[in-house]
Design a protein around this ligand. Structure first.
Ligand code: WT7
Length: 653
């Protein structure tokens, strides 16, 4: 079937789903024609302590960017995710936890945590936090594996009004330390170790290293996961299981303002250090819950599985907050897709009768390469909806997912969004939107995408358009500011194109009005669905004393989407060698984490620069892509001869 041809939802699904085509169109129209009225109605999906009277108070105006939703309402996010479900579904499973090792005895195999049990765990955890001196507005860094305690920790913070900032457990000690400092955290929550794919990361060691400068200031709460030996700091480390003995399981939720911060999540941009994206309580929860329900057509009693890590926004919105706010059963997986073998995802789907499965294109491509037999061994008849997120999905992977995993009967929702957006902005709805492989299709309710001509910044009015993707007006899940730096917020998202939110992505709108994301237009690359600033990798490289200069670009990678290609100029007196290459790779892992390790590292005697000294990345990208026939005009280079050397010594993958 040609890839630009529609795949239509079945009639049965259209009938039974939360939205069919007509409903989507009517609701979308209402949401953009009268956002106030629309969100006044849908703001009611969460329980407010004090109901809001104001709905939307937002401005993208230059110098005056301000975003507030439901601002005079009060609520507690944890109570919305737990307490309000107790009467109706206290004995229903809230979280299914699947450990790294499917047969582990010490992990007890999978765990089923009911809403009632979740309530007790979270209340206890919240009381432990209070005992450690944590209260409203305090920052708590969470550096945990994918264990239920990660969700308890998030919800415990939300319950007492503390602001969590999760750092992905794959980040290095240095990266962790930078984030602890950046948000001035009072407490770090970690585990002794993190098992993943049969190997263990020594998380507590990393925390100790990260805290070397603030050794006696920042407290650390440790979850016992592996039971391995750890270096325990007697004055300021606490075992969770010991602290829990001292507290009750009664903890009244704090009454929080709709605009009180719920969490900070650091994410990479095109310049400088990662930004602390701030999400607040009311609007975020409304948006996470509503997108979870409509995008996945989630219905009561179903088992929802998002394979992301809680260290990324996907895990925040679609493992914890969205599903739990909806009273769903959410699956949390500690492991990796290929352990013990490449059938693990499908094994887990079969074992827990998963209904909605949500993963990243990079995982689909990797598993596609292992062969269909890993999928076909399993009974996947429980699957109803498939989702993807994180990067564009190539039609080949889309079709494999559809045919082999979905058996041709499960609609695929390709969800485009960002850490900044809190939830889905472009996505099909299963019963409403005909799909096309590779397109994120149409906007969610309340979302007004515009395609701008990149140079002039003019909105392109024709249906068919290609340019940069911006959003014309606010939606409740939008980030509110950069932690501690509102100016940077305005500059990053609202200064290139006035009165619009600038996404950083390029896109095409086809004759049917469908959106196709073409990738970042800034110096951000997307490696296996993880976002990375090329500037960050460069500054890690130049921090090594052998490196004089470095330039990093992305190149197309068959599995990761994009790979990292680094050009490195050495200090005078230092010679290229395989040892030095390995040393630099290890160095980047230490500075940032394994996900930032360059896939290709080329020794560059010189880098192509303009006469004013600006590195011409366009040229470096072309060389990395092996497309040097298309280098374009290089006459403006200070020294055009460096290009020949780079082409000649290109790293061949
Ligand atoms: C960037 C945001 C949002 C959760 C995961 C990533 C790219 C995301 C898609 C998609 C094409 C996508 C964009 C975006 N992206 N989803 N369905 N199709 N591209 O969050 O780390 O904030 O990265 O990921 O380039 O800007 P993130």
């Amino acid at each position: 079937m040609p890839d630009d041809q529609f795949r239509h939802p079945s009639e049965a699904l259209a009938r039974e789903a939360h939205a069919d085509r007509e409903t989507y169109e009517a609701m979308y129209k209402a949401s953009v024609e009268d956002p106030e009225a629309f969100w006044r109605e849908h703001g009611e999906r969460v329980d407010w302590i004090k109901p809001f009277t104001q709905v939307k108070n937002t401005s993208f105006a230059p110098g005056n960017v301000s975003i507030k939703w439901f601002e005079d309402g009060t609520l507690n996010v944890a109570a919305n995710c737990i307490d309000r479900h107790l009467k109706e579904r206290g004995d229903q499973t809230a979280i299914i936890w699947e450990p790294d090792d499917p047969d582990s005895v010490e992990g007890g195999g999978a765990q089923h945590i009911t809403y009632q049990q979740l309530h007790a765990h979270v209340c206890k955890f919240a009381n432990v936090l209070k005992n450690l001196g944590i209260g409203r507005g305090d920052r708590v860094v969470i550096y945990l594996p994918m264990i239920p305690e990660a969700a308890y920790a998030m919800l415990a913070c939300a319950r007492i009004g503390a602001i969590h900032s999760i750092v992905f457990a794959g980040f290095s000690a240095d990266a962790l330390g930078a984030r602890i400092n950046a948000c001035d955290a009072k407490l770090v929550i970690t585990a002794d170790g993190a098992p993943r794919g049969g190997r263990v990361t020594n998380l507590k060691d990393n925390v100790n290293q990260a805290l070397t400068h603030d050794y006696d200031v920042v407290k650390c709460l440790v979850v016992k996961r592996t039971g391995q030996q750890i270096a325990f700091r007697e004055e300021c480390d606490y075992w969770l299981h010991e602290e829990q003995e001292k507290v009750s399981d009664v903890c009244e939720p704090e009454e929080m303002g709709a605009e009180d911060p719920l969490f900070i999540l650091y994410t990479s941009g095109s310049t400088g250090q990662p930004k602390g994206v701030v999400h607040t309580s009311g609007g975020y929860l409304v948006f996470a819950a509503m997108t979870h329900q409509y995008t996945f057509d989630y219905r009561a009693g179903e088992v929802f599985w998002c394979t992301a890590d809680v260290g990324w926004v996907t895990g925040h919105s679609y493992i914890v907050y969205g599903p739990l706010a909806n009273g769903a059963t959410t699956l949390m997986f500690e492991g990796v897709p290929t352990y013990p073998d490449a059938g693990r995802f499908w094994d887990v789907c079969e074992k827990h009768k998963v209904n909605q499965f949500y993963t990243a294109p990079t995982a689909i491509r990797a598993l596609m390469g292992k062969g269909d037999e890993y999928v076909q061994k399993h009974d996947l008849s429980s699957l109803r909806i498939l989702g993807t997120v994180g990067e564009p999905i190539n039609p080949e992977a889309w079709n494999w997912y559809d045919r082999v995993v979905g058996g041709g009967r499960c609609p695929i929702v390709d969800t485009w969004w960002q850490t900044e957006t809190g939830g889905h902005l472009l996505t099909p709805l299963p019963g409403a939107t005909p799909t096309k492989p590779g397109s994120a299709t149409l906007p969610f309710f309340g979302v007004q995408p515009v395609v701008l001509e990149p140079q002039s910044g003019e909105a392109i009015e024709t249906t068919e358009a290609e340019g940069v993707l911006c959003i014309a007006d606010s939606w409740p899940g939008q980030m509110r500011t950069v932690w501690g730096d509102h100016e940077r917020f305005e500059k990053t998202y609202f200064s290139d194109y006035k009165n619009y939110y600038f996404t950083g992505d390029g896109c095409r709108r086809d004759a049917d009005g469908y959106y196709w994301i073409t990738g970042r237009v800034d110096d951000v690359i997307n490696v296996s669905g993880h976002r990375m600033g090329t500037a960050e990798v460069e500054s890690a490289l130049v921090a090594h004393d052998a490196v004089a200069e470095a330039a990093v670009v992305g190149y197309p990678h068959p599995v990761k989407g994009q790979g990292i290609y680094a050009y490195v100029t050495l200090m005078g007196g230092r010679e290229p060698s395989d040892e030095l290459r390995k040393e630099l790779e290890t160095w980047v892992r230490k500075e940032i984490g394994p996900i930032a390790k360059p896939d290709c590292l080329q020794w560059a005697p010189g880098l192509p620069k303009t006469r004013s000294g600006k590195i011409m990345r366009r040229i470096l990208r072309k060389i990395a892509e092996n497309d040097h026939g298309a280098l374009g005009d290089i006459s403006t280079l200070a020294d055009p001869s460096v290009v020949d050397d780079l082409i000649e010594n290109r790293v061949n993958r």
